[in-house]
Design a protein around this ligand. Structure first.
Ligand SMILES: [Zn+2]
Length: 176
């Protein structure tokens, strides 16, 4: 018998914050390296990346965030913390969903992450603004319940990626 799993999300504020710090920490490191290596000194005493060089900084952002997230459901930060982005029914997200949620990063994470914090805390599926617009949710292995016996399931990262799991209580095969 095959059952679909019920997803019951938790806020996971700490894990999501850590994943964001890892991801933007890495990106910022790359950004500073690129600007100081390839940039030209400007009048304000800093560096500017002009023309094609400036576009590369944006291309790397698109590859690291929306492209990685739409192909694997994870950035490096999410992989380390065991998180994954999926649609509300648990399916992989599309590239446009990934773009939509990431375009909102500046709003969600801007003022000390306050906007993301408040919306994750106060929405039923614990979504930040980007998730609300893209209709996505962030899951971890603790967010699943068996549809058959309603038992809470704890999945490993591998089982989430495989999208299939045998419930230890009722032995039903459940699909994400
Ligand atoms: Zn069960």
């Amino acid at each position: 018998m095959l059952q679909r799993m019920t997803i019951k999300t938790q806020p996971k504020i700490q894990k999501r914050t850590l994943a964001t710090i890892i991801d933007y920490g890495l990106y910022l490191t790359f950004f500073i390296w690129a600007v100081t290596t390839f940039g030209e000194p400007n009048d304000e005493g800093g560096y500017s990346l002009n023309g094609l060089k400036g576009i590369w900084v944006e291309i790397v952002w698109v590859i690291y965030f929306p492209i990685f997230e739409s192909i694997t459901g994870q950035t490096l930060g999410k992989r380390i913390l065991g998180l994954r982005v999926v649609t509300k029914s648990g399916n992989p997200i599309s590239f446009w969903q990934a773009i939509k949620r990431r375009i909102c990063d500046f709003l969600d994470f801007g003022p000390m992450g306050l906007v993301a914090y408040l919306t994750i805390k106060n929405t039923p599926d614990h979504q930040r603004v980007g998730d609300l617009w893209a209709k996505t949710i962030v899951i971890s292995g603790h967010d699943f319940a068996c549809t058959n016996c309603r038992d809470q399931l704890i999945l490993t990262a591998d089982e989430i990626m495989k999208r299939e799991f045998v419930c230890p209580t009722c032995k039903t095969t459940v699909k994400i």
